[in-house]
Design a protein around this ligand. Structure first.
Ligand code: ATP
Ligand code: MG
Length: 257
């Protein structure tokens, strides 16, 4: 199961990715976390893992990845792949994959310097990797993305089995959920919602505003999260709603088998 986590800036994508990864490892799964957010550097801190070398460097860096991947047009199956064929997590060299317990972190797009241009090559590399990545029994892949829906349509979602959109209590987030829904339909990928930063009142409002049937988890606003973020500590607590989300993914995984 490869799951992509998306949503508006600051809605809690990285928090959900980190807590979900930790919950799944408690359930004895191996989790491959792909940090595909080229603008933020928080996920490895939330996970308490060192940031690995950027995966783009494995292929010679951004310029070479750009030439090879963005120069290749045409139907998806015909497109050039720098990965070159089926790849398993165990094939990825250690330098590019930090490990802690059952969590394995891979970073793509962290080497972009100021004014260096768009994130397209990194999205293309993530798309390539996710298409080629073959998971073993007992493995989950979670992909944390940058804000908005730019990575959609760049193919990052193509190799994923499922999309999770995190929604915080704001109109902007609700509207992005509708947009995400349309794009997911066009891409033929199932999309589900995670409501985050909620209390009773905002959870009710969100449930009335989006398609209820797609909501698989409701996570409360919790001061702890804020405090850990302020100090920059790894998240080491459980939060309501994350267990339900892990249950949902486990059910999906066993159904897909
Ligand atoms: N359930 C929650 N309760 C309290 N604070 C939260 C919660 N979820 C997220 N936050 C806070 O909201 C901020 C954004 O969270 P996070 O970095 O996980 O979001 P993001 O969607 O990954 O952001 P970005 O778009 O910048 O990558 C952080 O300061 C975090 O502490
Ligand atoms: Mg983030």
């Amino acid at each position: 199961m490869k799951t992509l986590i998306c949503g508006k800036g600051g809605c809690g994508k990285s928090l959900v990715t980190a807590l979900l990864a930790m919950e799944l490892t408690k359930r004895r799964y191996k989790v491959i976390v792909v940090d595909n957010d080229e603008s933020n550097f928080g996920l490895h801190i939330q996970l308490g893992i060192e940031l690995p070398k950027d995966f783009a460097l494995h292929f010679g860096g951004k310029r070479i990845v750009t030439e090879k991947l963005l120069g290749s047009k045409g139907a998806e199956e015909e497109r050039f792949s720098v990965i070159g064929g089926e790849i398993r997590a165990s094939d990825i060299p250690e330098d590019y994959m930090s490990k802690k317990g059952g969590v394995n972190l891979l970073a793509i797009g962290k080497i972009r310097d100021f004014g260096e241009g768009c994130a397209c090559p990194f999205n293309a590399l993530s798309a390539d990797l996710l298409r080629m990545l073959k998971l073993n029994e007992g493995e989950f892949a979670l992909v944390d993305t940058d804000a908005g829906v730019e990575h959609f349509g760049r193919g990052v979602e193509t190799g994923c089995d499922l999309l999770l959109m995190v929604i915080e209590p704001s109109q902007e987030s609700i509207r992005l959920a509708e947009k995400g829904n349309k794009i997911a339909e066009e891409a033929g990928k199932p999309l589900y919602y995670v409501l985050n930063k909620t209390d009773d009142e905002t959870a009710k409002f969100l449930l009335d505003s989006v398609d209820k049937n797609k909501v698989v988890s409701v996570i409360p606003e919790d001061k702890k999260v804020f405090r850990y973020g302020l100090v920059g500590e790894a998240l080491d607590f459980e939060l309501k709603g994350v267990g339900e989300l892990a249950d949902f993914l486990e059910r999906k995984k066993s159904r897909d088998r």
